[in-house]
Design a protein around this ligand. Structure first.
Ligand code: ADP
Ligand code: MG
Length: 238
């Protein structure tokens, strides 16, 4: 198959089982949201997909190839963090280029990709600035730009908007939807905001205590929640 396949993923931290037998398939180009209360394992699951951490059990395949033992750099994925994780001593341009410079990507191609991402995200005026000279929304755009220039097969986004004020969150939501339509890349999007998930995602994965409670389209979850927990979380009548 093509896409991402998680099979019976388990993750323990010490004696604590944080991810409990999670199996899931994500199709190429799909926008999937992981939702659930704080501590339910969303970030842990995303880090396992990214290859930033190894599962205790189970396997992960990308485009039919088992990548469970393969490191983050070789998975063709790019992660965007809530905290932006930009390098404060580098300019925006340098932040975007970092990670591409010691790869096979030619210098002219790097420049072209930076120009393209900067245009798409409207951060051209800030390319020479340092992250400390940017607003939160501008920093988050740079963090997304840094993922875009890598031309990943999939974007893994961990609560990318949760540090922004409410108004900006709503406008960035529309930008993310437009970006997904334009890039046609797979997006796996962690959020604790059900409105974000309902408006952005093709499918929503509801997690609770390290397990999947339900997977479905926003409409399916709204119309036929599997239980009261899902209904409560999605805001559906129950
Ligand atoms: P979420 O992103 O849904 O809020 P996390 O995936 O961050 O949840 O965390 C799930 C659970 O795993 C929490 O109980 C958290 O304390 C625990 N946890 C996460 N990372 C670690 C770690 N590196 N070491 C020990 N426990 C961890
Ligand atoms: Mg988290």
């Amino acid at each position: 198959m093509s896409g991402l396949e998680l099979r019976n993923i388990v993750k323990n931290f010490g004696a604590v089982e944080v991810i409990r037998d999670v199996s899931l398939e994500v199709n190429d180009g799909e926008f999937v949201a992981f939702v659930g209360p704080s501590g339910c394992g969303k970030s842990t699951l995303l880090r396992l997909i990214a290859g930033l951490d190894k599962p205790t059990g189970g396997s992960i395949a990308i485009d039919g190839k088992d990548v469970t033992a393969i490191g983050a750099a070789d998975r063709g994925l790019a992660m965007v963090f809530q905290s932006y994780a930009l390098y404060p001593h580098m300019s925006v341009r340098e932040n975007l280029a970092f990670g591409l410079e010691n790869t096979k990507v030619a210098k002219a191609e790097i420049e072209a990709r930076i120009a393209d991402a900067a245009r798409m995200l409207e951060i051209e005026p800030f390319l020479q600035r340092r992250p400390g000279q940017l607003s939160g929304g501008q920093r988050q755009r740079v963090a997304i730009g840094r993922a875009i220039v890598r031309r990943p097969d999939a974007f893994l986004l961990d609560e990318p908007l949760s540090n922004l004020d409410a108004e900006l969150r709503v406008s960035m939501r529309a930008e993310l939807a437009a970006l997904h339509a334009r890039l046609k890349a797979t997006m796996i999007y962690v959020t604790h905001d059900q409105v974000e998930a309902m408006t952005l995602a093709n499918r929503i994965v509801v997690l609770r205590g390290g397990r999947i409670e339900q997977v479905g389209t926003p409409l399916e979850l709204y119309n036929t929640p599997a239980n009261r927990f899902v209904a409560g979380f999605i805001g559906a009548p129950h």
